[in-house]
Design a protein around this ligand. Structure first.
Ligand SMILES: Cc1cc2nc3c(=O)[nH]c(=O)nc-3n(C[C@H](O)[C@H](O)[C@H](O)COP(=O)(O)OP(=O)(O)OC[C@H]3O[C@@H](n4cnc5c(N)ncnc54)[C@H](O)[C@@H]3O)c2cc1C
Length: 535
C-alpha cells in the first residue's frame, strides 16, 4: 500500500509515525513545502494525545524536556458569564453511577467509571439536586467534584516524586510546544521507522475518476494509493475532490492575534491549566509552557476591527516580553461531512476546524489518524472495501466534529453579559436557537458517556455539560436527576469528604514550577530553556 501524507506540521508528523507504526508494510512518504510554514499554534491538548504519544513509545521525561511541554489539569474559564471575575475550571473527570459513587474514588479500578452510562443515576445528579435545592453554589462544584481543584488554585504538582496522586483515569493532559512537537516526532520516530521525507512544494494536484492521480511538485511527480491530507487550513487536496463542506454558523470568531511571550515570574505565571479569558468581542487563550506561554485573542470582526483587537490584547500582555511580533490567523469555521472522498483522506485541520476553544484541534487530528489506519487495515485484510471504509470514517468524523461544535458555541450563547454588543448578540442567539435546552439534552445523551469517551466518540462526557450549565447559571431545575432521596445525606457527606480530602492532600505538595524543574527539566531554569529552544 503506497501512502502519501501531504503536510509536515504537527498533524502530518503524528500521522506519519502512527500510520507507519500500525501499518509497517505500507510505503509512507511525507511531503511538506519549504515555502508554507506550519501553523505553529495549538498548544493545549486533551488526555488522549498523551496516550497517543505514550503508545508511540515516548516517555514523558524524554520529549517534554526537549520541547518545553508541561502537564495541564484543566481549563479555566473566566468572565464569560457576568464579567465580574467569575471563573470555573473545566477538568478531565468522569461520572460514577450510583452503585459505585460512595466508594473511595481514587482506589477504584477504572472499570466503574467506564461502565457508567446515560441511563444511570450518577454522582453529578446528586450534586445538581443539592444545587437546585439551594444547598450548593456554583463556586462549590469544582472543589466538591474535581480532584484537581486545589492543585490548580494553588499551582501545585500532581506528582509526589514520580507518583501521580490524582484520579488515575485520564485526569491530566498537556500543554505542548506547537513549534517543536512535530519535528520531535519526525526526528525521534517517524524517520527511523522508514517514513520517506520530501521537502518540496506541490504546484498542482492532478485528478482522475478515483480522486487524485498524482501530485506535481518542484522535484517531480508523486503518486500513491491513498493521499492523507494534513495540509492544514489550506486543505490542498480535500477541497479539490469534495463539495461536502458545512459551515459552523454559531462560531463567531474567525480571526486570532497570536503571540509567544516570556515569563516575568514562572512561579505565578506558569499555570498547570489553560486559561480561556472572555474579552469584549471574543476570548483570549493563555497556554503556558515551561519556558514561555502562548496567547491569542480570537475575535468577531463584526464587532471589533483587527487593530482594536490587537490594542485590546496588547494592553494585557507586557510588550517587552513578546518573543515574536503578533501574527494574525484567519479561518472559516466548519468541516467536511465527507472528509474521506475517493482516495483522499482529510485529517485534522484539513477535515475541519471550529476554533481553538477547549483544546479540540489535535484531539480531532489524532482521532482521524487512528480511524484512518484502522480503516486502511480493514481494506488491506479484505474485510471490506474502500466504500465501506470511507463510510465508517466519515460517520465517526462527523459525530466528533459536531459534538465538539455543540460543546463550543454554548459558551457564547449562555452568557449573561450585557457590557458589549458582541455579548448582547450572543444572548439573542441563545433565545433564537434554544441553546440552553440543547445543553440539557447532552447531559443525558448516549453519545456523552464515559464509555463513548473510551471508544473515542466524544471528549465531553455528561458531567461537563452539567458543569457548563452550572457555571452559566442555567436553569437546571428541569434536569432529569432521578436521585434516591434516602441517599442524599450520604451524598452531602461524600462531597464534604471529597473536598477536604483533596484539600489536605494538596497541602503538602511541591509548587508546580519546582517539581517540573527538578523532575522534567533536569534543574534547568525556564529562562535557560528559553535560550536553548528559542521558541
Ligand atoms: C488560533 C489557533 C489556536 C489553536 N489552538 C489549539 C489548541 O490549543 N489545541 C489544539 O489541539 N489545537 C489548536 N489549534 C489547532 C492546531 O493548531 C492544529 O491542529 C495543529 O497545528 C496541526 O496543524 P496541521 O499539522 O494540520 O497543519 P499545519 O501546521 O498548518 O501544517 C500544514 C503543512 O502543510 C504543508 N503544505 C501546505 N501547502 C502545501 C503545498 N502546496 N505543498 C506541500 N506542502 C504544503 C505545509 O508546508 C505544512 O507543513 C489551534 C488553531 C488555531 C488557528
Amino acid at each position: 500500500m503506497k501512502i502519501v501524507i501531504v503536510g509536515g506540521g504537527t498533524g502530518g508528523w503524528l500521522c506519519a509515525a502512527r500510520i507507519k507504526q500500525k501499518l509497517p508494510e505500507a510505503e509512507v512518504t511525507l511531503i511538506e513545502s519549504p515555502n508554507v510554514p506550519q501553523l505553529g499554534v495549538g498548544e493545549s491538548v486533551v488526555p488522549p494525545l498523551r496516550l497517543f504519544l505514550q503508545e508511540l513509545g515516548f516517555e514523558d521525561k524524554d520529549w517534554m524536556s526537549q520541547t518545553g511541554s508541561i502537564y495541564k489539569l484543566g481549563n479555566m474559564f473566566q468572565n464569560w458569564v457576568y464579567n465580574k471575575g467569575e471563573k470555573h475550571f473545566f477538568t478531565f473527570n468522569y461520572n460514577l453511577s450510583e452503585k459505585y459513587m460512595f466508594s473511595d474514588q481514587v482506589n477504584l479500578d477504572i472499570g466503574p467509571w467506564l461502565n457508567c452510562n446515560h441511563a444511570d443515576t450518577r454522582l453529578s445528579d446528586y450534586w445538581l439536586d443539592l444545587y437546585n435545592a439551594g444547598i450548593k453554589s456554583p463556586e462549590e462544584l469544582n472543589p466538591d467534584t474535581d480532584c484537581q481543584h486545589y492543585f490548580m488554585e494553588n499551582l501545585l504538582s500532581p506528582y509526589k516524586d514520580e507518583n501521580y496522586i490524582l484520579n488515575p483515569l485520564w485526569s491530566s493532559s498537556l500543554h505542548v510546544n506547537a513549534d517543536k512537537l512535530g519535528s520531535f516526532v519526525r526526528d525521534n520516530k517517524a524517520l527511523s521507522m522508514g517514513v520517506k521525507h520530501i521537502k518540496s512544494h506541490i504546484k498542482e494536484v492532478v485528478l482522475n475518476e478515483n480522486g487524485v492521480e498524482k501530485l506535481i511538485t518542484d522535484q517531480g511527480d508523486l503518486s500513491a494509493d491513498y493521499y492523507l491530507d494534513c495540509s492544514g487550513l489550506g486543505r490542498l487536496l480535500i477541497k479539490k475532490v469534495s463539495d461536502s463542506w458545512k459551515d459552523y454558523d454559531f462560531i463567531p470568531v474567525k480571526k486570532c492575534w497570536v503571540m509567544p511571550v516570556k515569563y516575568d515570574n514562572p512561579y505565578e505565571e506558569m499555570t498547570n491549566y489553560t486559561q480561556s479569558l472572555a474579552m469584549s468581542a471574543g476570548w483570549r487563550f493563555k497556554v503556558t509552557l515551561y519556558h514561555r506561554y502562548g496567547t491569542g485573542y480570537c475575535f468577531d470582526e463584526n464587532f471589533i476591527s483587527e487593530q482594536q483587537a490587537l490594542d485590546e490584547i496588547i494592553q494585557q500582555v507586557p510588550e517587552k516580553n513578546l518573543i515574536r511580533s503578533p501574527r494574525l490567523l484567519k479561518w472559516d469555521p466548519g468541516h467536511f461531512s465527507e472528509p474521506w472522498t475517493k482516495n483522499v483522506i482529510a485529517i485534522g485541520l484539513s477535515a475541519g476546524f471550529a476554533e481553538p476553544m477547549e483544546a479540540n484541534g489535535l484531539y480531532l487530528t489524532i482521532s482521524n489518524i487512528d480511524e484512518t489506519w484502522r480503516q486502511l487495515k480493514k481494506i488491506h485484510d479484505n474485510e471490506y472495501g474502500v466504500e465501506e471504509a470511507s463510510r465508517r470514517y466519515n460517520h465517526k468524523s462527523v459525530i466528533l466534529f459536531n459534538d465538539t461544535y455543540e460543546f463550543l458555541y454554548p459558551h457564547y450563547h449562555l452568557t449573561k453579559r450585557t457590557d458589549s454588543e458582541f455579548w448582547k448578540y450572543q444572548q439573542h442567539l441563545n433565545i433564537k436557537n434554544g441553546t440552553e435546552e440543547m445543553v440539557r439534552s447532552h447531559y443525558r445523551s448516549p453519545v456523552n458517556t464515559t464509555q463513548m469517551c473510551g471508544d473515542g466518540y466524544t471528549i465531553y462526557p455528561d458531567y461537563i455539560w452539567a458543569a457548563m450549565a452550572v457555571y452559566y447559571r442555567c436553569n437546571t431545575k428541569n434536569y432529569e436527576t432521578k436521585i434516591n432521596k434516602n441517599l442524599i445525606e450520604k451524598a452531602v457527606n461524600h462531597f464534604r469528604d471529597f473536598n477536604s480530602k483533596w484539600k489536605s492532600t494538596s497541602a503538602g505538595q511541591e509548587t508546580y514550577y519546582d517539581w517540573m524543574k527538578k523532575n522534567r527539566f533536569n534543574g534547568l531554569e525556564h529562562s535557560d530553556l528559553q535560550n536553548q529552544l528559542d521558541i
